[in-house]
Design a protein around this ligand. Structure first.
Ligand SMILES: [Zn+2]
Ligand SMILES: [Zn+2]
Length: 331
């Protein structure tokens, strides 16, 4: 637990079996108000870590007056339900994330089958597909079924003591991802939108998904305009130079586009085939598709698809379905 600024504590909540290791949970306090941002994953180790670090900061669960999650991923939203039960604080989440949680709860099996079909359509071979599906199953289970109490749209202001946090809707990594911005103190709570070392996963989840990569790039340009001197991300470490980091991430995605174009230089390929030719996690030293865990292979294919779809809209690539499989080629 670290006091970043008077009234802002950063708590480290563990994420098992994940190179990120921790979610950075933030505690913002003032005038009897106490806000928790992204309480972390729903398991006992995370809960114990949260409780211990709250105590260190002199806060009991009953003191918590507001809960906000930047998005619905398990490592952020997971513990919202348990914290709400103990504190009776209301949970705030963007409307689009609520829809995601709801559809996961009501159509879990159907969504699961659709996602399998989607991967198959994009060239994932059967032997790989069963491993990927097996490894990914249970992922939504990390999230408690609690639905949020207050739906955000973007542009609301959340007040905690002297902090005035504006909700900035930043779709891309997740459709209802939000950042919180305090313009007086020039602080941005960035969630997973802008991280100092890695780039967040941008996935094209299904045929009905639109253009998450373009949404993400627009959201990056949106936060780049803000006057910020301190970025508080949900993973890794705090940093200061937001515009430079935004530029680096945009450049990373441009490089990946070039890698993809290179991969389809000679003949049409499926998203799966293209994903096997890309260097993954370049900022962590780089790895091949083959070495990724099955769960990460899924992310890699969906991320490749987000690039392909965005370049299709730009007119740089074209789709050609053949024998129930989608191939991409250069225009
Ligand atoms: Zn996330
Ligand atoms: Zn995260």
């Amino acid at each position: 637990m670290t006091e970043i600024r008077p009234g802002i504590h950063q708590l480290k909540i563990p994420i098992p079996d994940n190179p990120l290791e921790y979610t950075n949970t933030y505690l913002v306090r003032g005038d009897g108000e106490c806000l928790i941002i992204d309480p972390g994953m729903n398991n006992d180790a995370a809960f114990d870590a949260l409780q211990r670090q709250l105590t260190e900061a002199g806060v009991a669960f009953e003191d918590v007056t507001q809960i906000v999650a930047t998005h619905s991923h398990g490592d952020h939203y997971g513990l919202c339900g348990r914290v709400k039960q103990l504190s009776r604080a209301k949970i705030r989440l963007h409307q689009r994330e609520r829809e995601l949680i709801q559809s996961m709860q009501t159509n879990a099996e159907e969504r699961w089958q659709q996602s399998e079909q989607w991967l198959r359509l994009n060239g994932v071979p059967s032997r790989e597909l069963s491993k990927i599906q097996k490894d990914s199953h249970g992922m939504p289970g990390f999230t408690t079924p609690t639905l949020p109490d207050i739906m955000l749209q973007g542009d609301e202001t959340i007040t905690v003591g002297s902090f005035s946090l504006r909700v900035i809707w930043t779709p891309g990594h997740s459709p209802g991802h939000i950042c919180l911005y305090d313009s007086a103190q020039k602080i941005l709570f960035a969630g997973d939108h802008v991280l100092p070392v890695i780039t967040p996963n941008i996935s094209l989840q299904s045929r009905t998904n639109t253009n998450p990569l373009s949404d993400f790039l627009n959201s990056l340009n949106l936060v780049k305009q803000l006057d910020v001197t301190l970025v508080l991300p949900a993973h890794e470490h705090v940093f200061h130079d937001l515009p430079t980091r935004v530029e680096e991430i945009i450049e990373h995605h441009e490089k990946r586009n070039s890698e993809i174009i290179d991969a389809i230089k000679t003949r049409p390929q499926t998203a799966y085939q293209i994903a096997t030719k890309i260097t993954w996690m370049p900022t962590l030293g780089g790895t091949t598709f083959k070495k990724l865990a099955p769960r990460d292979k899924r992310m890699a294919v969906l991320e490749t698809l987000s690039h392909l779809e965005s370049m299709k809209i730009d007119g740089r690539v074209d789709k050609s379905p053949r024998d129930d499989t989608i191939y991409y080629r250069r225009t």
